[in-house]
Design a protein around this ligand. Structure first.
Ligand code: AMP
Length: 268
């Protein structure tokens, strides 16, 4: 089987409404392009909460009440993670003095490039190696966070997964779950053999408590409000690419194709 390889680092953000299948696309991209990793701000935060780090303890209450944690906190996490993986380097730090104890960052693991733009005065340098390719999940969430991220590492593709709201709502509201196994059905395109019953056990199917159309309408509206300035920001930078589709299967082939074009994916 041929494996497509990337010719340069892909630094990607997927922006899409809840329910649009960001997780599915991330997983499919990672399966197809083995050099890609995913960094999830929610996962990094949850790890810190679990490990009772000072940052985790501070973040916990905001997370529990569904609020965003302060930008400075989330930024620190992302910078640490990118540094730890050897994909960025903070030139303001003497690596051994600051990182030696916690982060295995040998100086020569970063294939640093100096950014040619005279506008860029970042204190960070970043790797262009294909292995320094990532998809950010959950970050940046706001235009403010995007501006701060720009000063650390430039994102070179922002994918806007665009599915009409009524299709998302339709999909969610036709979703039925078999609680004990987690099997998911959809009465429109993946219906159970017997109405309301799990195919394997015959047990009754349930609707998730938060699969309520009104809750989803509010969620989608709030997504539109926060994502608009974020998308505008990346559009101005010339890295925004919008893909339209009513399902993950409609979106994936378009995404693979564009990804290949942009990052010079070579078949081996
Ligand atoms: P998620 O798993 O992406 O839904 O994130 C879980 C929680 O972590 C969110 O409800 C926020 O409290 C916090 N969080 C994750 N990412 C961010 C971010 N980029 N900015 C602020 N808070 C965040």
């Amino acid at each position: 089987m041929t494996v497509p390889r990337l010719a340069k680092a892909a630094r990607v953000i997927l922006v899409g409404a809840p329910g649009v299948g960001k997780g599915t696309q991330t997983e499919r991209l990672m399966n197809r392009f083995s050099e890609l990793s995913s960094i999830s701000s929610g996962d990094l935060l949850r790890k810190n909460v679990r490990e009772r780090t000072p940052l985790g303890i501070q973040a916990e209450s905001a997370m529990k009440s569904g609020k965003l944690v302060p930008d400075a906190m989330i930024l620190r996490l992302i910078i640490n993670e990118l540094t730890k993986r050897g994909w960025i380097r903070d030139n303001a730090l003497r690596p051994y003095a600051v990182y030696a104890s916690s982060i295995d960052m040998a100086d020569n693991t970063v294939d640093a490039v100096t950014i040619p733009s005279p506008l860029r005065t970042s204190r960070y340098t970043f790797s262009e190696k294909p292995s320094a390719s990532f998809i950010l999940d959950g970050f940046p969430r706001t235009a403010g966070q995007a501006i701060q991220l720009d000063s650390i590492v430039p994102i070179n593709m922002v994918v806007h997964l665009n599915t009409p709201s009524d299709i998302i709502i339709d999909r969610i509201c036709n979703r039925w779950v078999h609680e004990s196994s987690g099997r998911v059905y959809n009465t429109t395109f993946n219906a159970p053999k017997v109405d309301g019953k799990d195919d394997l056990t015959g047990e009754p199917l349930m609707r998730r408590a938060d699969d309520d159309p009104e809750v989803w309408k509010a969620r989608l509206k709030s997504f539109r409000e926060t994502s608009e300035p974020l998308l505008e920001h990346y559009d101005k930078l010339g890295v925004l690419w919008t893909v339209n589709g009513n399902s993950s299967d409609e979106i994936s082939p378009q995404l693979f194709n564009e990804f290949g074009k942009r990052f010079g994916a070579l078949e081996h």
